[in-house]
Write a protein that binds this ligand. Structure first.
Ligand code: NDP
Ligand code: MG
Length: 391
């Protein structure tokens, strides 16, 4: 019997998750046929990856890079597309499996398009679940497509509850390393810079998620992502600071038993679990040496130091379009922090002010339909912009 080849595409192939996915595909090259890859500014890496993986089609989201990308690939039989439509074109190609690893809300429509084709979707782009979880789940169900988490905590939860009766799960705990500033007091956070925030103690990730890890905006997105993936209530989801980043999640059951997922802080574990669709792949990773680690610490996060997490819980409870507005306001605040127009702590102030304004105008309670998600995303960005100068 021949090997069953899986047709795959990687959206956000030039990023940290994208390149880790590529690395796994190359380990078992004959099992995968790579159809499409997308990137944005880094067209050299996009072209190199497409040549290495013999992709059929590539897209750069950055339209101005189209000619250069086509020039680099002119000797190869690789179709080249560009812009938002180019990325959607790649996502529309019929494949068995797609990695959704574009950063930010730009990943929503391409991931959704991939699900619409009926492909199984490995979802690293948590922003899609936060902004439009009900839509993602509805389309996946309609198309009988698997929607699989790639975020390490959510992959861990999926692994922990597998084989358990859903009703027996009483709570989940997701962990946070505390990011770059875990040991700083709130007072010391006032003048931290984007470069300092972009240093993660344990994980090697893209810049935006690394800064979101330091503010705990990332964890705020993740509790909402957990609610959507596993149909949980706010009171069922707890966050604990765990500096070692070895326990990714804990599931608590009705009989008092708890299961914890332990693994190295390496995203290839969670990516492989999604790539092989819940089967284990021999990754030959160095195993965690618990005797050497000695101690696993857990502590409750100080909500006054991490206002983003407190906001995340409010958004989770609010539901409706609050997730989409929250994510968009957070992206706008982060852009301004990166441009040094807003302080690190100012990001949560801007997002809170934005959410308060949109709530008071009753803009967040509509049904989660795609047009409404896109509209509230734009509104939230424009309201957030207005508040930037004030903090
Ligand atoms: P990176 O910044 O490393 O990569 C982002 C990817 O998206 C790149 O391919 C980039 O292209 C592309 N991109 C950027 N802007 C756009 C746009 N406007 N339209 C289309 N494509 C675009 O991010 P990560 O890999 O760290 O994260 C990807 C997603 O995975 C995020 O949603 C993140 O939250 C999630 N995630 C990441 C983890 C990690 O370990 N990195 C862990 C858990 C979740 P280019 O570089 O060519 O400009
Ligand atoms: Mg995570």
């Amino acid at each position: 019997m021949g090997i069953l080849v899986k047709n795959i595409s990687i959206l956000g192939a030039t990023g940290s998750i994208g390149q880790n996915t590529l690395d796994l595909v190359l380990k078992e090259r004959d099992k995968f046929n790579v159809v499409g890859l997308t990137g944005s500014d880094n067209i050299e890496l996009l072209a190199e990856s497409a040549i290495k993986l013999k992709a059929d089609v590539v897209a750069t989201a950055n339209e101005s890079k189209f000619h250069d990308l086509r020039e680099i690939l002119k000797k190869y039989q690789i179709e080249v597309c560009a812009g938002v439509t180019g990325v959607l074109e790649v996502a529309s190609r019929q494949v068995d499996w797609v990695m959704s690893a574009i950063v930010g809300s730009a990943g929503l429509l391409p991931g959704l398009r991939a699900l619409e084709t009926g492909a199984n979707l490995a979802l690293a782009n948590k922003e899609s679940m936060v902004a439009a979880g009900p839509i993602m789940k509805k389309v996946a169900k309609m198309k009988s497509a698997k929607l699989m988490p790639v975020d390490s905590e959510h992959s861990a939860i999926a692994q922990l509850i597998r084989g358990e009766e859903r009703d027996s799960l009483s709570k989940i705990i997701i962990t946070a390393s505390g990011g770059a500033f875990r040991n700083l007091t709130k007072a010391k956070l006032i003048d931290v810079t984007p470069d300092q925030a972009a240093q993660h103690p344990n994980w090697n990730m893209g810049k935006r998620i690394t800064i979101d890890s330091a503010s705990l905006f990332n964890k705020a997105l993740e509790i909402i992502e957990a609610k959507e993936f596993f149909d949980l209530k706010s009171s069922d989801i707890e966050v604990l600071i765990h500096p070692q980043s070895l326990v990714h999640a804990i599931a608590s059951f009705c009989d008092g038993g708890m299961k914890a997922h332990i693994g190295p802080p390496d995203m290839r574990h969670a990516i492989a679990y999604a790539l092989y669709e819940e089967k284990r792949f021999n990754l030959t990773m160095p195993e965690v040496n618990l005797a050497e680690v000695g101690t696993l610490e857990f502590e409750k996060p100080d909500m006054s130091k991490y206002p983003a997490l407190e906001l995340g819980y409010e958004v989770l409870a609010q539901g409706g379009l609050a997730g989409a507005a929250f994510n968009a306001a957070k992206e706008e605040a982060l852009d301004n922090f990166l441009d040094r127009k807003l302080s690190f702590l100012g990001m949560a102030d801007v997002v809170r002010a934005t959410m308060d304004e949109l709530s008071s105008k009753n803009r967040l309670s509509s049904e989660v339909e795609i047009e409404a998600v896109i509209d509230i995303d734009l509104q939230a960005r424009s309201v957030a912009k207005k508040f930037v100068g004030k903090y």
